[in-house]
Design a protein around this ligand. Structure first.
Ligand SMILES: CC(C)(COP(=O)(O)OP(=O)(O)OC[C@H]1O[C@@H](n2cnc3c(N)ncnc32)[C@H](O)[C@@H]1OP(=O)(O)O)[C@@H](O)C(=O)NCCC(=O)NCCS
Length: 269
């Protein structure tokens, strides 16, 4: 087994590895395996690789696992760690994690709550579950008004994320519609995904989420940390349904659970 840096040509193998690995978590427990579109998955991986670090594990010229992470200043985020079912439990995941670990003051990742292996793997390295990440889906029933106004994205990110997201806004702008609400911003993707939604306060982020939900025309999906209580209340008020498998936001010492944020997802946060 060998590790090497991920290349653009690996993207189809990454997708196949992701689907295989995730199915080992969801399938046996009777849950539907998440299946992002190939295109959406590839776009996200390309951005993560362009702005972070990625390694694949290969055996007999076949990709059996991959890991990727990005850093923004002193803040590190583990975007992906996936090992094919037949290769799990042999130390491949730990080696990939070492390869993308780097040197950072604060660390974060998101796991599936039903996956003990990853949660233990990261917990031993000081990343422990701080709050659930709830997936809300459905057609929102909400009428709320909010006025659009220019927003200072960097100032909002400093509060909502605690680190700079300038290069990620370039990615989100390319694939989603951003609305600025003065003290908050929100992104809405063409297939109904909403997020990130971020504000200078939890109330500001909650108003932006309510406004985004109120104007959406079909089914949406938004991920909200339990620690962002006012945003959870908005999702419940909009009568969205709660998905059966929550994520967990894992944090190292020094990283705070978000209170004014509905992140973009599990890989780019
Ligand atoms: C999570 C994953 C990447 C780990 O990779 P891996 O190659 O299987 O992991 P490793 O063999 O390096 O290490 C697994 C460790 O978990 C431990 N472990 C397994 N089940 C456990 C449990 N229920 N409780 C505690 N520890 C457990 C193993 O003993 C091993 O530790 P050790 O090396 O000290 O013996 C891989 O299993 C995977 O892809 N799973 C499906 C997809 C997934 O959930 N990815 C994570 C997304 S957040």
């Amino acid at each position: 087994m060998e590790l090497r840096p991920t290349t653009d040509g690996d993207l189809p193998a990454l997708y196949a590895t992701f689907v295989d690995a995730v199915d080992t978590v969801f399938g046996p427990r009777g849950f539907d395996t998440p299946s992002p579109s190939v295109e959406g998955f590839a776009n996200l991986q390309r951005h993560v690789l362009a702005t972070g670090v990625g390694y694949v594990a290969e055996e007999s010229d076949e990709v059996i696992g991959f890991g990727s992470a990005w850093s923004r200043g002193d803040d590190w985020f583990l975007a992906c760690l996936f090992v094919r079912g037949r290769a799990q439990g042999r130390g491949v995941g730990s080696m990939l994690l070492d390869a993308v670990w780097g040197d950072a003051r604060r660390r974060r990742t998101v796991t599936d709550a039903i996956q003990p292996v990853s949660n233990v793997l990261y917990g031993r390295r000081g990343l422990v579950p701080a709050t659930p990440l709830l997936t809300f889906e459905g057609v929102p029933r909400l009428s709320a008004g909010a006025a659009e106004a220019r927003a200072d994205l960097a100032a909002i990110d400093a509060v909502a994320y605690g680190f700079d997201r300038t290069i990620d806004h370039r990615y989100w702008e390319l694939h989603a519609r951003r609305t600025e609400w003065g003290d908050a911003y929100s992104y809405a993707f063409p297939r109904g995904d909403i997020g990130p939604v971020a504000g200078t306060t939890s109330a500001a982020a909650a108003r932006a989420l309510a406004a985004e939900l109120a104007r959406s025309e079909g089914a949406v999906r938004v991920r909200v940390p339990g620690s962002a209580r006012e945003l959870v209340e908005v999702a419940l008020r909009a009568e969205l349904r709660l998905g059966p498998v929550p994520g967990l936001v894992l944090l190292s010492p020094g990283a705070e659970a978000p209170t004014a944020l509905a992140p973009s997802g599990y890989m780019l946060f």
